[in-house]
Design a protein around this ligand. Structure first.
Ligand code: F0G
Length: 337
């Protein structure tokens, strides 16, 4: 499949002949979830965004943000990140042969994401602070220096990410509800934009981790905490737009506890065969805890990132290995016993 810009150019702000920085992102699987469907009494699909080139939905926004930056002559891009945006920005910067710099909260990003950002050659800055502080600082920095900001405050990010809605509609037609994790609130804003552009209006149900749920409480969270490090955010940049999307679509925003997130995380891996990262499982946790929205028969849960991003949480949440001596009797006991 070609990348997003090529595939949806008629609905994106790119003209033929504009530079395109792509890793053939998008066109991700929309996997039916029979076990989940049975549990909630509705037809549920999983939009597996971990199948993007760097393992998260961020690649949809990044192909557009970095292509636009190159078109404008930028030679460097920067972002604040809980990890996935950093990995994606680093990869697309490498692809474009420009400099990438990422600011992440020290000690609070999953191992896989850190490895990606470093491998792609970005300058990785570990901030002794949280994501919200990092975002404030990169906004200031990019205002004073010729460095393109590729966080989702950049409108090109939303343009790219809205294409996930196009793919859902192209593949299964209209749905009744979308369940999606919410951190900085760019993705839910982008999905709603995409649906609206196609004349569609499923209910948008956003889910935040209970320890980082400013949209639920209506108040900034000074010290957000959650096992779902990707959505450890206390002051979302797209706060107003996300609230508008949820209100206009007659959806809503709810909190799910870390325990509920981890239950859904293990359930998806063990029962549906789909391994996502903890933050992604917030969408399914929300559906399981709060039930299918009334009257909703066709529901899509967005699984935003791949489970391999965060091997540490996976190992903490899974069973142990079975040690075994190299002889047949021991192997028989180990396998069958
Ligand atoms: N899921 C994952 C796996 C994420 O990485 C993020 C955000 C979200 C959900 C929430 O999306 O911010 O658009 O509401 N990660 C950002 C990052 C903040 O820096 O990688 P959102």
């Amino acid at each position: 499949m070609p990348g997003l810009i090529e595939r949806y150019r008629d609905r994106l702000p790119f003209a033929p002949g504009d530079p395109v920085v792509s890793l053939q992102e998008g066109s991700t699987p929309l996997v039916p979830a029979p076990q989940l469907s049975e549990r909630v009494g509705a037809q549920v699909w999983l939009k597996v965004e971990g199948a993007n080139p760097t393992g998260s939905f961020k690649d949809r926004g990044m192909t557009c943000a970095v292509s636009a930056a190159v078109r404008e002559g930028a030679t460097a891009v920067i972002c604040a990140s809980t990890g996935n945006t950093a990995a994606s920005a680093a990869a697309y910067a490498a692809r474009a042969q420009i400099t990438g710099a990422v600011i992440v909260p020290e000690g609070k990003i999953a191992t896989g994401k850190l490895a990606q950002a470093l491998m792609h050659g970005a300058r990785v800055i570990a901030l002794r602070g949280n994501f919200d502080q990092a975002l404030e600082l990169v906004r200031e920095l990019s205002a004073n220096h010729p460095i393109a900001l590729v966080n989702s405050v950049n409108p090109f990010r939303l343009e790219g990410q809205k294409t996930a809605s196009f793919e859902i509609l192209d593949e299964i037609g209209p749905i009744d509800a979308l369940c999606i994790p919410v951190g900085n609130a760019g993705n839910i804003t982008a999905y709603w934009k995409g649906f609206q552009e196609m004349g569609s209006a499923p209910r948008m149900h956003g889910f935040q981790a209970a320890g980082a749920a400013p949209l639920v409480s209506g108040q900034r969270v000074e010290h957000p905490e959650t096992v779902a490090s990707a959505i450890r955010i206390g002051n979302p940049a797209r706060w107003e737009e996300a609230m508008t999307a949820m209100r206009d679509s007659r959806g809503g925003v709810e909190a799910v506890s870390d325990a509920q997130i981890l239950d859904a995380y293990r359930f998806l891996a063990a029962r549906e065969g789909v391994f996502c990262e903890p933050a992604s499982a917030a969408s399914v946790a929300g559906l399981l805890v709060h039930g299918a929205p009334e009257g909703a028969r066709r529901i899509v849960c967005v699984l935003t990132g791949h489970g391999l991003k965060d091997p540490q949480v996976a190992l903490e949440q899974s069973g142990s290995v079975v040690p075994c001596e190299p002889d047949i009797a021991a192997v028989e006991r180990a396998v069958l016993g």
